[in-house]
Design a protein around this ligand. Structure first.
Ligand SMILES: [Zn+2]
Length: 285
């Protein structure tokens, strides 16, 4: 409590019967002279130093006299409350910084397009495998949609089971081709799905405008979540090999190759912001 305490300059306190006692306790030069002129309270004023507490001053006032406002009487409490509040704000700010940092993706070796291009051209495209060549009616396939599985690991068996049991698709695995990442399948291993072998429609895309797409587009998926990691060089070599084969063998225009998100009716992050489909397409020519 300081001498500048506004309570002691309050008009109500000055107007009270023993207002001089109130002024005398403040200890400021102005109030000291006021108390000196009031003979009845000069001894009171002398007895009270600058460090007098609110309770000490309160003793010289009748019980119904307002001594101090909530703020002055609870000054320490208020200051502690302010400190606690400031602490809470700082902790909240740190929490949001942590959230922001933790959402910055864990990129394995390069976060950018340049890194992607390095990985893309690190290895030659995979050579065509006889198992990819399946007889098909001319014009059966008009486009290719690229996906990621969004999971860190996967195989034909695990995804087939998931699509059958969770998605209730009787034909199982919705993609035509699946490219492994070393977790569940070999890194860059290319699996031909049963839907490709049987030339069935895929179950991988609803296209803008048509809400269709499965009947005429080939689904090629890579195991991984490319929102947070880059595809591996082996996966990209495999992808380039499969795409080159499909474009040449089935007469599909390379301009009809798209990432899932580019053509989807509803927003999807698939195939991930670190799979640059335009770079892949450009690398085919
Ligand atoms: Zn997708």
């Amino acid at each position: 409590m300081t001498e500048e305490d506004p309570v002691f300059l309050h008009p109500d306190a000055g107007a009270a019967d023993n207002g001089s006692a109130v002024l005398g306790t403040a200890g400021s030069p102005a109030s000291s002279s006021a108390s000196a002129s009031a003979s009845s309270s000069s001894s009171v004023a002398a007895g009270q130093g600058a460090g007098a507490s609110a309770s000490q001053r309160a003793r010289f006032l009748p019980p119904d006299q307002p001594v101090a406002s909530f703020w002055s009487r609870h000054g320490e409490t208020v200051r502690i409350a302010e400190l606690v509040l400031a602490g809470v704000f700082i902790l909240l700010a740190l929490y949001f910084v942590f959230l922001w940092v933790s959402h910055v993706p864990d990129v394995s070796y390069a976060p950018d397009r340049e890194g992607f291009r390095e990985a893309l051209f690190a290895l030659a495209p995979a050579g065509a495998d006889p198992s990819w060549r399946v007889a098909s009616a001319p014009g059966r396939w008009r486009g290719i949609v690229i996906h990621h599985t969004a999971g860190a690991q996967g195989s034909v068996a695990s995804l087939d089971r998931y699509h059958r049991e969770e998605n209730k698709w009787p034909n199982g695995l919705g993609y035509h081709f699946l490219i492994g990442n070393g977790n569940g399948m070999g890194d860059g291993e290319i699996a031909v799905g049963p839907r490709w072998e049987k030339q069935l429609d895929g179950a991988h895309v609803r296209m803008k405008g048509t809400a269709e797409g499965n009947s005429f587009s080939i689904g090629v998926a890579l195991v991984g979540n490319f929102e947070s990691v880059l595809p591996s060089p082996r996966q990209l070599a495999a992808l380039r090999g499969v795409l080159r084969f499909l474009v040449e063998e089935y007469g599909i225009s390379s301009s009809a190759i798209a990432g899932h998100g580019e053509v989807a009716e509803r927003y999807t992050a698939c195939p991930g912001r670190l799979l640059f489909v335009d770079e892949v397409v450009r690398s085919l020519s």
